[in-house]
Design a protein around this ligand. Structure first.
Ligand SMILES: [Fe+2]
Ligand SMILES: [Fe+2]
Length: 141
């Protein structure tokens, strides 16, 4: 699963950059040998944590109405990753390998097309109206 700008870009560089990195990591994991997989899976867990923390920050900053639902989904997926990571740390990779190949990539496609795109659209709308307000203030002075 490669980054497809037309399919996955949300028009907000800070989110797009994180998603690009996420997909690059997932792609590397799909063909990684045993030791590399163990190393990269830790990276994926850390990267996903930062990814979700950052989206949580944006949701609060821009008062995103579906914050609870979106964060609930993040917590669920992060919990799954931690669960798989327990096996990976013990050298048992089969379940995590299957997850990286199917479950996680399917989830990502769904999540980016629904919750993340709704968040990005909300932020872009907020930024546009902030820009309009600034413009009006400038006209008024
Ligand atoms: Fe995201
Ligand atoms: Fe998200």
């Amino acid at each position: 699963m490669d980054w497809d700008e037309s399919q996955y870009s949300l028009g907000l560089e800070e989110m797009d950059a994180t998603h690009r990195e996420f997909l690059a990591l997932v792609r590397e994991l799909q063909t990684a040998d045993h030791d590399t997989f163990m190393f990269l899976f830790q990276k994926l867990v850390e990267h996903t944590k930062l990814h979700f923390v950052e989206e949580g920050r944006l949701m609060r900053l821009y008062k995103f109405p579906a914050l609870g639902e979106h964060e609930g989904e993040h917590h669920r997926v992060y919990g799954d990753l931690l669960q798989f990571n327990r096996n990976v740390k013990n050298g048992r990779l089969a379940l995590a390998r299957a997850y990286v190949k199917e479950g996680l990539t399917d989830w990502f496609k769904l999540h980016i097309g629904s919750m993340d795109s709704a968040l990005a659209a909300h932020i872009l709308r907020c930024q546009e109206s902030e820009f309009e307000i600034e413009g009006l203030v400038q006209i008024g002075t």
